[in-house]
Design a protein around this ligand. Structure first.
Ligand SMILES: Nc1nc2c(ncn2[C@@H]2O[C@H](COP(=O)(O)OP(=O)(O)OP(=O)(O)O)[C@@H](O)[C@H]2O)c(=O)[nH]1
Ligand SMILES: [Mg+2]
Length: 201
């Protein structure tokens, strides 16, 4: 009897809980992307005005309910000295969302270096990767295919993992829904490799 009731309780209240890391250089648009995701998935959400977002010094946490799961986001600060904190979160992550400022040609090389260091870390082996070519609303931005050429220039670096790239404007909201939908699908496909944490929520 207990196990039957426990099974019912679990079915009704227990949700699979996953964690996605949002990484990229400072000013790439990570926090804007997170706020836009929360707004698009919950129309009641009245968050920070997108043009009032300031640089992240620690960590922003977001939590959305979508497709029967709970997806938590860890949005970390991207400044050089804060990048040393990124790897503390790798072992617990179910997906990586790497955001690039496609208009910042001068710092593209820096972003690529940070990306390579991150993606070759063993603690992220097999974890799905979404590359977000952000700020596509800025006319001089590099296109998604150029960004892909630069970042995904070697399969050896990317490793055997689920991978996708999107053209986005976190500020305008373009590409954000597609990003979340892909991330949820990839997390579910990778569940044997990285099982969920469970929550009663
Ligand atoms: N034009 C344009 N500006 C954007 C876009 N996304 C973000 N921004 C702007 O870029 C600046 C930095 O955005 P943030 O979201 O704070 O960047 P971040 O990656 O979180 O930066 P850190 O917290 O310092 O790591 C802000 O002025 C945003 O309004 C975009 O898609 N297009
Ligand atoms: Mg930020």
């Amino acid at each position: 009897m207990f196990s039957l009731l426990y099974g019912l309780w679990k079915y009704l209240f227990q949700k699979e809980e996953y964690f996605a890391l949002i990484l990229g250089l400072d000013n790439a648009g990570k926090t804007t992307f997170l706020e836009q995701s929360k707004t698009q998935l919950n129309h009641q959400y009245k968050g920070v005005a997108l043009n009032k977002i300031t640089a992240t010094v620690g960590l922003n946490i977001g939590r959305i309910h979508t497709n029967g799961i709970v997806l938590n986001f860890w949005d970390l600060g991207g400044q050089t000295e804060l990048q040393t904190l990124w790897d503390k979160y790798f072992a617990e992550s179910h997906a990586i969302i790497y955001v690039i400022d496609s208009s910042d040609k001068e710092r593209l090389e820096d972003s690529k270096l940070a990306f390579d260091k991150m993606i070759t870390n063993e603690a992220l082996n097999g974890v799905p990767l979404l590359l977000v070519a952000n700020k596509q609303d800025i006319p001089e931005s590099l296109s998604l295919s150029r960004i892909k050429d630069i970042f995904i220039n070697s399969n050896q670096v990317i490793g055997p993992r689920d991978y996708h790239s999107v053209s986005a404007s976190a500020l305008k909201g373009d590409g954000v829904n597609e990003s979340i939908a892909w991330t949820v699908g990839a997390i579910k496909r990778n569940v044997h490799n990285r099982p969920p944490h469970n929550s009663e929520d």
